[in-house]
Design a protein around this ligand. Structure first.
Ligand code: NAD
Length: 453
């Protein structure tokens, strides 16, 4: 069936009110849960084909996230969907005020390739929990995972409720001409702008989960061993193809040499060799060449080797980096880690403040004053003190960017809210109506109104 007909069928289906019932939402969330479990190996095989991602990484960073999301919504659906009673102001007495979380209708989720299951299915699950119909357009760049999701969903769910539309730029452009009630996009800032413009044509609200250059700062007051271990893990997970990976490091001058040595040690211990099941390939040759072009041999502190046939790039650290270097101009999105030294913590923060607001920021220190300055001064989507990446695993925290790194957020109750409209309803009693607000007006009525308001 043509995609516009499927979208129209979803609109019609939404109007039947069926998706609003909690029993309906639960039934399909449970169905998706059991399909993911019964297709676990199929999902591992597809992602391994796309970019050599291991079972371990796929379970910890994709499957467990999705199952966790489903369980969260199954457990909390009743309280999330329940109308919330709020207080009623004096002029509206005797009345009650409630906020209803209304499903939006037919939503579009556009995914990215780097965590293809998590970034496609987590928003879709939030949309289902909130009572919507949805179209998912996964990234065509991770082709096998796109086909795996399309097979699982399209063979098991009615298309007037959920549908996976396979395709790339042309198909997304077609989709963007249609009217949706929300567009949830994960991807680059450049394409995010195209999505935002297209959505504006229909006044469609958006969530844009974008990228950027996320800094990690290490001061002399940090537990350096822990900092090195956590930075190496967060940076080289998925071969650096993680939106919240530390993009670059700012390290206090006095500890730089010592800290670089520790980074080297943890990279070696982690076994990121070619062919290792602890490491991932670069997604395709276009990204491989983009990354290889950023390798300035004169500035390599560690690593620097690569293999085009295997799409392998060794974890590589650069020192003596300057802000003007090519590697500092755009999000790296690969296993290359530039390190810049700093003398003064405040100056380092001020330098970050001059740049676009990042999706994530990380600080390693045990100095409380520095922690306070970091959280008070910098604007970033989310981040950690003394860790990397892990903030997104806490579904009590909203996940999203700010400024160039995105609009809106999701995870846990924030995902539910992202796909709901907060409908305000005031219910009034039908007895005891004072005449004070009604014409004819008088000075006396105005004086009363002034007292009440
Ligand atoms: P991308 O922007 O190239 O593609 C994302 C999606 O947009 C894909 O589904 C693709 O088919 C579609 N698309 C591509 N070009 C298009 C066009 N011209 N018109 C319409 N649609 C188009 O991003 P990517 O390469 O898949 O992912 C990498 C980027 O995503 C990085 O910047 C990364 O930081 C960001 N990212 C952000 C998050 C987050 O949660 N904030 C998560 C992962 C990735």
């Amino acid at each position: 069936m043509e995609i516009n007909k499927i979208v129209l069928s979803q609109r019609d289906f939404f109007k039947t009110q069926q998706t609003k019932s909690l029993a309906f939402r639960k039934m399909y969330l449970e169905k998706l849960r059991s399909l993911i479990i019964s297709h676990e190996n199929f999902l591992y095989e597809a992602i391994n084909k796309d970019f050599g991602k291991s079972k371990f990484d796929t379970f910890t960073t994709e499957i467990s996230f999705i199952l966790n999301d489903i369980d969260y919504y199954l457990k909390n659906l009743k309280s999330l969907a329940k109308p919330k009673k709020v207080s009623t102001n004096l002029v509206n007495q005797l009345g009650t005020s409630k906020i209803y979380s209304d499903p939006l209708g037919c939503v579009l989720v556009i995914g990215a390739w780097n965590y293809p299951y998590q970034l496609s299915l987590s928003p879709l699950i939030a949309a289902m929990a909130a009572g919507n119909c949805g179209i998912l357009k996964p990234s065509e760049i991770a082709e096998s995972t796109m086909k795996a999701m399309s097979k699982i969903i399209n063979e098991n769910f009615p298309s007037e409720y959920l549908y996976v539309y396979e395709g790339g730029i042309d198909e997304t452009t077609t989709l963007l001409q249609l009217k949706f009630d929300k567009i949830f996009f994960t991807g680059s800032t450049k394409i995010g702008k195209i999505i935002y413009k297209a959505a504006a044509e229909h006044l469609t609200p958006v969530v844009l989960e974008l990228g950027g250059k996320s800094p990690a700062i290490v001061t002399k007051d940090a537990n350096l061993e822990i900092a090195a271990k956590r930075i190496v893990w967060g940076k080289f997970l998925n071969a650096g193809q993680t939106c919240v990976a530390p993009d670059y490091l700012l390290v206090e001058d006095t500890i730089q040499e010592q800290f670089l040595e520790m980074l080297r040690k943890y990279i070696k211990e982690s076994n990121y060799e070619e062919g290792s099941t602890s490491y991932t390939r670069i997604i395709n040759s276009k990204n491989f060449h983009r990354l290889v072009n950023l390798i300035n041999k004169e500035k390599i502190y560690f690593g620097g080797s690569y293999d085009e046939e295997k799409l392998y790039i060794e974890p590589t650290i650069f020192n003596t980096i300057e802000w003007e270097d090519d590697i500092m101009q755009e999000e790296i999105f690969g296993p290359l880690l530039p390190v810049i030294g700093f003398k003064n913590f405040n100056v380092a923060l001020n330098t970050i403040l001059e740049l676009e607001k990042p999706l994530a920021a990380y600080l390693f220190t045990n100095n409380n004053e520095q922690k306070k300055l970091f959280t008070d001064k910098l604007s970033f989507g989310g981040g950690c003190i003394n860790d990397t990446v892990m903030h997104l695993s806490n579904d009590h925290l909203p996940f999203g960017g700010v400024g160039n790194s995105g609009i809106g957020n999701y995870h846990g109750k924030y995902g539910f809210e992202a796909f709901s409209h907060q409908k305000a309803v005031l219910e009034k009693a039908t007895w005891g109506e004072p005449n004070i607000k009604y014409p004819p007006y008088s000075e006396k009525k105005l004086n009363w109104i002034k007292k009440i308001l």
